[in-house]
Design a binder for this molecule. Structure first.
Ligand code: PLP
Length: 380
């Protein structure tokens, strides 16, 4: 069971990739799809109208299935930042509105809002007592002026998962928009936007969704999307190349596009979206709940096998706030950098983040990957 996905990935040149929080590996089926897409461009007669329209349509459908949304409500993007900017630049802000963020959150979740200060919007950063915001802290900070709360679901710098239900519930009761960045969670944690009180979700596609770099998407609850005032009228959303055949078309903006009005330009970017769709379909086929179980077991194995006389586990041993991002430090913190180098020399790829080591296994990893990593940790 534990090894059942490994044959669908790689080869990894004998190395152990434990850094999915940075980049997830492309499954073989997606690499094959990418090769197919390259073939379409090598012989452009194969770039048919069906493919121009079909690639974004089928990707949108797969992403919708992933988060339990309607396909019409999914916006195709090239990053997590795309959705964050869309919301920051598109929502109708008034002077005096307030946005709550978290101090120490991933920079993509903070930077897009800061310019709104020029419009009189107040940006407040909650300084969490325990690295990520807890429900009681949010309650202490919300005011009658709070319009939006934006947080990362799984925090890139600690691996801690926030309590979506509790935090979202507080927002929902007060009519506050709860916007989450799911980049470090989707693909390894199930999400059903019909079941949890979130109003907008943005995510990259290149980490736990195992897509190419330069992929992402955003889902916005339709009532909130309807309030966006953002001038985007991409001709290929309004028309198709076939509309140019007979005569010069009258370029009238269409009002019936749903979320795709806000898609990133160039949605038929076959080199990225064809393999990404194959990766998402692969994850859907295996089942996020099954993948979560596999990954959870790898995380437990690592934690159980780590020499705790020498290393501190910086996150929780277990429980809902534990994620697939494991942070550890040598008790002599100054040794982390040399340990990182030694791991790399021994073919183990992890990340060094803010002076600590981050290990992030995903479905391509096996018990043997964890054993090999531990053998370097515990002997170093
Ligand atoms: C939580 C989180 N959000 C966003 C990103 C990157 O987002 P973008 O696709 O906008 O570069 C990362 C990591 O690269 C991340 O960890």
């Amino acid at each position: 069971m534990s090894d059942s996905f490994a044959g669908d990935f790689g080869p990894f040149g004998g190395r152990v990739w434990l850094n999915c929080a940075h980049q997830g590996p492309l499954p073989r089926v997606a690499a094959e799809a990418a090769r197919e897409a390259v073939g379409w461009k090598v012989a452009p007669y194969r770039l048919t109208s069906e493919r121009f329209g079909g690639v974004p349509r089928s990707l949108r459908e797969s992403l919708a299935r992933l988060v339990g949304a309607a396909a019409d409500d999914v916006i195709l993007a090239n990053s997590a930042s795309y959705g964050l900017h869309l919301m920051a630049n598109g929502l109708p802000w008034k002077a005096g509105d307030e946005i709550l963020l978290m101090k120490g959150d991933f920079p993509s979740d903070i930077l897009p809002w800061l310019a709104l200060r020029d419009n009189g919007v107040t940006i407040r950063l909650i300084e969490p007592r325990r690295r990520v915001v807890q429900a009681d802290e949010l309650l202490d900070h919300v005011t009658g002026a709070t319009r939006l709360v934006c947080l990362t679901w799984v925090h890139s710098f600690t691996g801690l998962a926030i309590d979506l239900k509790a935090l979202g519930g507080i927002c929902r009761e007060r009519g506050i928009i709860f916007f989450i960045n799911a980049s470090q969670a989707l693909g390894t944690r199930p999400l059903d936007v019909g079941q949890v009180p979130v109003d907008a979700v943005t995510s990259v596609g290149f980490k736990w969704l195992c897509g190419p770099y330069g992929t992402g998407f955003c889902w916005i609850r339709p009532e909130i999307r309807a309030t966006l005032r953002y001038n985007q009228a991409y001709w290929l959303s309004m028309l198709t190349a076939d509309d140019l055949r007979e005569a010069v078309p009258e370029p009238n903006p269409r009002a019936d596009l749903g979320a795709r009005k806000y898609d990133v330009f160039g949605t038929a970017n076959f080199f990225n979206f064809v393999p990404w769709k194959a990766s998402v379909d692969y994850i859907l086929e295996k089942g996020v709940e099954t993948i979560r179980g596999h990954n959870d077991r790898l995380v437990s194995r690592f934690i159980d096998g780590l020499d705790r006389d020498r290393y501190d586990l910086l996150g929780p041993e277990a429980g809902p706030s534990r994620s697939t991002l494991i942070f550890v430090s040598d008790k002599k913190r100054g040794h982390n950098e040399s340990l990182f180098r030694r791991l790399s020399e021994n073919g183990i790829d992890v990340a060094l983040r803010a002076g600590d080591l981050r290990i992030s296994p995903h479905l391509h990893n096996t018990d043997d990957c964890i054993r090999r990593a531990l053998s370097v940790f515990n002997r170093a």
